[in-house]
Design a protein around this ligand. Structure first.
Ligand code: FRU
Length: 444
């Protein structure tokens, strides 16, 4: 197993090196996202995305595209293969008879890959798991790293099981609705004309809700359930292999889904207990939002200047009764993983959709880029003013309004506990130098 020291990354990200047998993560109580933080939420020029005013290209010829993540090296920097970068997206075939509306896409989600030489003109490679051995019956969000020494990709993904809408949210089935999975074994064949993922994957379940720190689907009484969206990183000081994910904190005894206690989102964590990354132990959440928000989706870190920037995305409809916020990217900053997280910009709001187009984009994935960050997202609902309006639309109107491709990325300045949207970048832009240490990746 490589460590932060062998990767030479820690100094570049401004962290002291403490690798060695004595060094280990200090685990502590979760930080809290509070009602008073939410009360501070206010759209400003610094946190409001520009209205998308052009017709973006569809990066897939025939599939809807949403949550997206790049292939990174173990140290978090962008992997490159003969000058190619790779991204992975959740995709679904809208031609399937079961897909009447864009909402149905989640039930048919598969991970596709795309490659590019400039980080913005993406060519479609195909589905990642051609085999039938993957866990679950829907592939939900994750992240992927390439280990250069082992010449293999580690695909972290959510093994999601079918959800019966009649019975939702109490899903009466085994196994549970969402588990964290790892597929390893594939590698990259990068030639002058393109990229292909080659080789067989071995799939492993690496995380399940324990019912104590993380609510199981059977315990859930909430409006929705979460145990998903694994995001791998190496501890920048100790080199330990860690994962963040989206969970819910158990709050038994409240049957009403709209009871504030059922708005119980958290950002969970796990630590690998073997070098193969096939065995993991659950750690306490790093952040909780009980009574505040039900979903803290796709959590991830950006490491910069010795700071841990913790980001997550959330929807308008998942705030607890009496609280409100936009479709947005939120963030907190701390000097350690279980530290005193300060909400960025006092409220935690980092990127909100503009009031004129409140549902235009979603699922921001933030990546370090020099002294800035770049947040990549997908185009969600175009020309729709509210969730209530969506409820009134016909299936065809919903299909027409759904973007289903990559949105313009946003460059964001990170300055201590303040952030500022600096500029809009190209649709789907992922910077080649993303990540700690600005790693060069693999040249073949
Ligand atoms: C965010 C999200 C993820 C999930 C995926 C399912 O857009 O809800 O949390 O993995 O979509 O499609």
């Amino acid at each position: 197993m490589k460590t932060a020291g062998t990767l030479g990354l820690a100094t570049a990200a401004g962290f002291p090196l403490t690798t060695g047998s004595a060094a280990a993560l200090e685990v502590d109580e979760p930080a809290q996202w509070t009602e008073s933080d939410v009360d501070q939420i206010e759209l400003t020029d610094d946190n409001t995305a520009p209205v998308v005013d052009h017709e973006p290209d569809q990066i897939s010829e025939d599939r809807l595209v949403w949550d997206t993540w790049p292939l990174r090296n173990r140290d978090g920097s962008m992997a490159q293969f003969n000058g190619w970068q790779i991204i992975f997206s959740l995709t679904a075939d809208p031609g399937r008879p079961e897909i009447d509306t864009p909402g149905d896409r989640h039930n048919w989600a598969r991970i596709s890959y795309f490659y590019s030489r400039d980080g913005k003109s993406w060519q479609e490679g195909g589905l990642v798991f051609e085999d039938e051995d993957w866990y679950g019956n829907q592939q939900w969000a994750g992240m992927a790293i390439y280990d250069e020494e082992e010449d293999q990709i580690y695909h972290f993904y959510t093994a999601s099981e079918e959800i019966d809408p009649e019975r939702f949210p109490r899903i009466q089935q085994e196994p549970p609705g969402q588990r964290l999975a790892l597929a390893k074994g594939q590698t990259v064949d990068a030639g002058p004309n393109g990229v292909e993922l080659v080789g067989e994957n071995d799939h492993h379940i690496i995380g399940e809700a324990d019912g104590e720190m993380y609510e199981t689907v059977h315990q859930s009484s909430g409006i929705i359930f979460a145990f998903r969206d694994p995001w791998y990183f190496q501890h920048p000081e100790t080199g330990e292999d860690l994962l963040l994910f989206e969970g819910n904190t158990p709050t038994p005894g409240y049957d009403d889904p709209n009871h504030p206690k059922n708005f119980n989102g958290n950002i969970g964590a796990m630590r690998a207990t073997n070098d193969d990354l096939t065995e993991w132990e659950l750690l306490p959440p790093v952040l909780e939002s009980v009574g505040v928000n039900q979903q803290l989706e796709r959590p991830h870190f950006v490491f910069q200047g010795g700071n841990w920037y913790l980001f997550t995305i959330t929807h308008e409809f998942t705030y607890a009764p009496g609280l409100s916020g936009p479709e947005a990217l939120h963030g907190w900053v701390s000097d350690s993983m279980y530290g005193d997280y300060e909400p960025l910009n006092e409220s935690s709001l980092v990127v909100a959709n503009p009031t004129e187009a409140p549902l235009q984009a979603y699922s921001w994935d933030t990546m370090q880029h020099g002294s800035n960050a770049v947040a990549q997202s997908f185009l969600n609902w175009q020309g729709v003013e509210s969730d209530a309006e969506l409820d009134q639309m016909s299936d065809q109107e919903l299909m027409d309004a759904f973007g289903g491709t990559l949105a313009p990325s946003l460059q964001i300045n990170l300055d201590g506990d303040e952030t500022r949207i600096v500029t809009e970048k190209a649709d789907g832009y992922v910077p080649p130098s993303t990540g700690r240490g600005g790693g060069q990746g693999r040249q073949q």
